[in-house]
Design a protein around this ligand. Structure first.
Ligand SMILES: CC(C)(COP(=O)(O)OP(=O)(O)OC[C@H]1O[C@@H](n2cnc3c(N)ncnc32)[C@H](O)[C@@H]1OP(=O)(O)O)[C@@H](O)C(=O)NCCC(=O)NCCS
Length: 195
């Protein structure tokens, strides 16, 4: 298992190594690869995501996204990561811890996506494992939650494989592709860790 080397002085620009992948925060220079991958994967991703904006893949929207990410990282609200294949540094997807809650909760929500051409190669599973280590070992969270549409078999299988437990069904939990949709809720506790 790779060690997390993370600079707690504020330089959170480092990469965290995983099994065949590494993750790091998104940078301005990732724009072209990100827009290309997301554009080529539009039909694969949009059934499972909040509706894309008109200018979703524009450079201006990406700049706004990075500004929001920077504010959220600084405030400790979220930890967005892009996923790169270790062998050639190609961008293959993303994994984000959002809605990080401290106090008596010590919880975050997990989200993830893979570029269509890179799906089913183990990259997202490896990246989620890496981000879970970051969540539990570096952020010291107690719990990570995930929510998925009931018919999203790949996402549900991924969560079960990584030790999440199904905890319930939340009615009209998120607005996905423009529609309020029920979601299956999953959770993994720090002490659930098996990997
Ligand atoms: C869900 C998603 C992120 C999985 O990414 P991935 O890179 O293909 O996942 P991996 O290759 O790492 O697979 C890890 C595990 O997930 C499950 N899985 C992934 N794709 C699957 C599929 N098509 N059918 C069934 N199980 C699947 C399997 O358990 C797999 O382990 P295995 O290969 O040992 O069987 C990807 O399909 C995706 O981006 N889908 C569209 C967007 C989306 O659904 N996002 C999540 C919203 S909750």
């Amino acid at each position: 298992m790779a060690l997390i080397r993370w600079d707690i002085t504020g330089n959170n620009d480092r990469r965290i190594e995983g099994d065949g992948v590494f993750v790091r925060h998104p940078r301005p220079g990732d724009f072209e690869a990100w827009a290309l991958l997301r554009g080529a994967s539009r039909a694969f991703l949009t059934p499972w995501e909040p509706a894309w904006t008109e200018d979703e893949l524009s450079r201006a929207a990406y700049r706004r996204r990075l500004r929001r990410y920077a504010e959220d990282i600084q405030a400790g609200r979220s930890a967005p990561f892009f996923v790169f294949r270790a062998e050639d540094d190609a961008l293959v997807g993303g994994v984000t811890l959002s809605n990080i809650r401290r106090g008596v909760a010590q919880t975050a929500s997990l989200g993830y996506w893979a570029g269509e051409a890179h799906a089913r190669r183990g990259y997202t599973g490896a990246a989620v494992q890496t981000v879970l280590r970051y969540a539990f070992d570096f952020l010291n969270l107690h719990r990570v939650e995930a929510a998925t549409l009931p018919e999203n078999a790949p996402s549900r299988a991924l969560l079960m494989k990584l030790g999440f437990q199904q905890e319930g069904l939340a009615r009209e939990y998120l607005r996905i592709n423009g529609v309020w949709r029920d979601h299956v809720l999953y959770g993994r506790l720090r002490l659930d860790r098996t990997a």
